[in-house]
Write a protein of this length. Structure first.
Length: 154
């Protein structure tokens, strides 16, 4: 077999090594994709659980429920900005910074921008002790708006 002149041992070996290399390279690429998919799934599940907590907390404290929804919204929009490779020059960007950046880069339209701006206004009522208390409807709008955002803005 080794003496068969029709078989080029060096070429066959090189072909087999190359095949092994391409297999390993594809595994490396799949691992990155799989890890990214798992991270996204876990992030979405965590957000859903946190939103459920905010819904339940409405019965006890509207401000606290609104603050939890706000944290979910800000962290989600931060992730969307990052996923699109966008940067914000501020060291500690706010919800408004994320919203402006995403609108200015055509990630979503003016209607979504307005909706998220409204959510930011409700968030401010919940997060800052003022003379105005958040209403049940406002907090429900915030929670449902955060849910809408996490399911429709990518």
């Amino acid at each position: 077999m080794w003496d068969n002149p029709e078989i080029d041992i060096k070429a066959e070996t090189l072909k087999n090594v190359y095949n092994q290399y391409t297999i390993l390279a594809s595994v490396y690429e799949r691992i990155d994709t799989s890890l990214s998919d798992m991270e996204a799934t876990m992030f979405a599940e965590l957000q859903d659980l946190e939103l459920e907590t905010a819904k339940n907390l409405q019965k006890i404290n509207l401000r606290a429920a609104g603050v939890i929804a706000r944290v979910i919204l800000e962290s989600y929009l931060s992730k969307v900005v990052s996923n699109h490779g966008l940067t914000i020059s501020k060291r500690n960007p706010t919800l408004s910074d994320f919203n402006e950046t995403l609108k200015n880069n055509n990630i979503y339209d003016t209607t979504a921008w307005r909706k998220i701006s409204y959510l930011g206004d409700v968030r401010n009522i919940c997060a800052h002790k003022k003379d105005v208390e958040p209403t049940k409807d406002q907090v429900e709008d915030l929670i449902s708006g955060v849910h809408w955002t996490t399911k429709n803005i990518f």
